[in-house]
Design a protein around this ligand. Structure first.
Ligand code: GLA
Length: 696
């Protein structure tokens, strides 16, 4: 059970295994006291042992929960405000706290100006994850403008350097892990293109002496899909701290008289090892982040037409694909790009969301009825935030795209970005999607976003720099409105693959498209990086016709990779041989049996394809009665992969039955985790899906 203990201006947030401790010092400053393994709550106290010289000040040295710009504080701060009379400093003093169950709010007011700042903390039962966010309120009669408005500042206890994991991805190569030691100075992970993007993740993992099972691991993820910044530093006193929040790049937020603003949330935790971190985050997202009521509903097996027909979709070829998809056991048929306006390639059509009559003479209903009659739901690709200059929409409303009057608006993928901060644009987008859902039996949208923002003029706004934030907010709002009006509809977030797959997106969207790279070998690495702080269920994974660009691997192998997420199929099934279709059918049927364990179970990353040449990922259900393990290798070297395979996450005292390499074993959990099963793992295309079942 989590609880909050308030003792004489010391606040302890107690989670399952950790304490997060905040204090208010004699001068009324917020102080960070401690975060980590539980200690005696009565021992926590504020450290007043600080020195000062003309360059290094007390304010600069102390660890704070939320540092504001002003006075003798020189390091990167969480908040910087400008008041109407030109004062650019904030001076906060503690005014009191509120406790509501497991939520703690610490209130601070500026000593002169009408600004209050509330630091909010929320703990959940059963996990070591705390939600943090900050609320600012303008209690005066004139606007206050913010240059920086981060969600949270986090400080770690050890004075030794921490290593930081993040990702350095790109289109087709998302979630590639980076690992950097921060000995001094600072390190930033960020996005500036209007989406959380492919490059860095809006999160951090800071650790010392850690691997999957041991070590101190601090982590946090920001729930925001726009420009973010995660700024880590190690100062001259050897304190390592991280700020997370809205990027202060080209940033301004105007808080008018009487208004308040909640920053995006940060979900942070401390665990022993990376494995526990991922399992806790997975559970947390399922229970607390995914949109309800479908948070605990398994995702259907999906078919997507993109790699089969690209822009050449038509009623005939989609019906033919649908027949094959139904035959192999698909539950949701999604038609991708190309069905609307003058969309025959990526040069035209975005914005004209009416059915292309040459491709679908009888509208969408013919295809949808066919899909439904085959027992599948129907889904559709859309890219609502975009417009091609070659479209009726752009010809009618050139001013709807972001632009500056005297600058050329850059086209990327031949398209411009709609100014989502305009109410008329928001209404247009909501209405078009609402009409599609009202007039057709559509159960699913794949909402794409295929370029970064540029020439971000927004003349409609009093403070144009607010567009970065308002664009993201508009996307969230439209998704929420659509779902409220059309219960039962789920929406996938796609951004040229995994460019908008953050936990902010997952408060509104139900899942994300992980990567356009469906190569079986590359996907093992992409999915590993993705699994660190993102939930398995949300990770869409298709088996397509690509057999590996330079790295051929079998259909079974590619299924064994894709079945470690939410399975989809995307190849041109009309060209598959009967034998291939049977392989698809067999794997999809197996996936349906194990998907509850994969999508909701605990993941143990036992062997890593990059480090060990062999991948062993195991998923275990809640009562540890059933588990599924994926064992894959592609080109082991030196004949050395003669090894016992040890499992994880099982109940030591339960007995399990499993079959590997055609041999059936009956062993205790303790044996399987400590002794293991001796195997020879060889070849370029080694793949086994191992089911472990409790013998009752
Ligand atoms: C993006 C997506 C693809 C596909 C195309 C369609 O690239 O990532 O999956 O939907 O757009 O144009």
């Amino acid at each position: 059970m989590s609880k909050i203990i308030c003792r004489d201006k010391i606040f302890v947030i107690e989670t399952e295994n950790t304490h997060y401790v905040i204090g208010i010092d004699n001068e009324g400053f917020n102080r960070h006291v401690y975060w980590g393994k539980k200690c005696d709550v009565n021992d926590y106290e504020i450290d007043y042992n600080h020195g000062e010289n003309a360059h290094n000040t007390v304010l600069d040295e102390i660890t704070q929960e939320y540092t504001v710009f002003g006075s003798t504080m020189y390091r990167e701060c969480a908040l910087k405000a400008n008041f109407a009379d030109g004062c650019r400093e904030v001076d906060l003093k503690y005014t009191g706290y509120e406790q509501n169950g497991n939520t703690l709010s610490l209130n601070f007011s500026d000593t002169y100006y009408p600004l209050t700042v509330t630091l909010n903390y929320k703990a959940v039962d059963g996990l070591d994850i705390i939600t943090r966010w900050t609320t600012v309120k303008n209690t005066g009669s004139e606007s206050i403008s913010f240059e920086k408005l981060f969600s949270a500042e986090l400080t770690f206890p050890s004075k030794k350097p921490y290593r930081f994991k993040n990702t350095n991805g790109s289109w087709g190569g998302e979630f590639l892990e980076t690992d950097t030691e921060l000995k001094g100075g600072s390190l930033a992970f960020q996005s500036r293109g209007g989406v959380s993007g492919h490059n860095n993740s809006p999160s951090f993992i800071a650790y010392q002496n850690a691997d999957e099972k041991v070590g101190d691991v601090y982590f946090a993820s920001l729930a925001y899909s726009g420009n973010f910044k995660v700024s880590a530093s190690r100062d001259l006193y050897n304190t390592t701290r991280v700020l997370l929040g809205l990027n202060d790049f080209d940033f301004e937020y105007l808080l008018k008289a009487g208004e308040s603003f909640d920053t995006p949330k940060v979900f942070c935790g401390y665990t022993c090892g990376f494995g526990e971190m991922s399992r806790q985050m997975n559970k947390f997202v399922i229970d607390c982040i995914f949109p309800k009521p479908y948070n605990k509903t398994p995702l259907p097996v999906l078919y997507n037409s993109w790699e089969a027909t690209y822009f050449d979709v038509n009623s005939e070829n989609q019906c033919a694909l649908a027949e094959k998809a139904a035959e192999i056991g698909v539950e949701l048929f999604v038609m991708d790009d190309g069905w609307f306006g003058g969309r025959n390639d990526d040069n035209a059509g975005l914005g004209d969301w009416f059915v292309n009559k040459e491709k679908f003479p009888n509208g969408l209903s013919e295809l949808i009825e066919k899909v439904n009659s085959l027992g599948m739901d129907f889904g559709l690709w859309v890219e609502p935030e975009m417009v091609n200059p070659d479209s009726d929409l752009y010809r009618a409303h050139p001013d709807w795209a972001y632009h500056y009057p005297h600058r050329t608006a850059h086209e990327l993928r031949n398209q411009l970005v709609l100014n989502m901060t305009r109410e008329d644009v928001q209404e247009y987008i909501f209405n078009l999607l609402d009409t599609l859902l009202t007039e057709n039996n559509i159960k699913y949208f794949k909402w794409d976003m295929n370029r970064a923002l540029s020439e971000t003029g927004a003349e409609n706004l009093e403070v144009p720099k607010m567009l970065w934030y308002l664009h993201t907010k508009a996307v969230y709002d439209i998704v929420d409105r659509l779902k409220a009006k059309h219960p039962g509809v789920t929406i996938e977030s796609c951004c040229s693959g995994g460019g908008r797959s953050d936990l902010g997106a997952l408060q509104h969207f139900d899942m994300f498209w992980t990567s356009d790279n469906t190569d079986g070998i590359d996907r093992m690495t992409i999915q590993k990086g993705c699994s660190l702080l993102r939930p398995t269920k949300a990770m869409r994974a298709w088996v397509t016709g690509i057999e590996g660009i330079n790295k051929p691997c079998s259909l079974d192998f590619r299924f064994a990779v894709a079945m470690q997420g939410s399975l989809g199929v995307g190849g041109n099934l009309t060209k598959y041989s009967d034998e291939d279709l049977q392989i698809c059918k067999k794997n999809i049927a197996l996936y349906k049996e194990i998907r509850d364990i994969v999508q909701f179970g605990d993941l143990y990353r036992i062997l890593d394809i990059e480090k060990d040449e062999v991948l062993l990922n195991q998923y275990v259900n809640e009562d540890k009665s059933k588990s599924v393990a994926f064992l894959l290798a592609n080109g082991t070297r030196f004949y050395k992969k003669r090894m016992p395979i040890c499992f994880d996450g099982l109940d030591e005292n339960k007995r399990y039955r499993l079959t590997i390499q055609n041999n059936t074993y009956e062993k205790s959990g303790a044996y399987l985790m400590n002794v293991g099963i001796p195997l020879h793992i060889r070849g370029v295309d080694y793949n086994e899906i191992i089911i472990l079942e409790e013998i009752k």
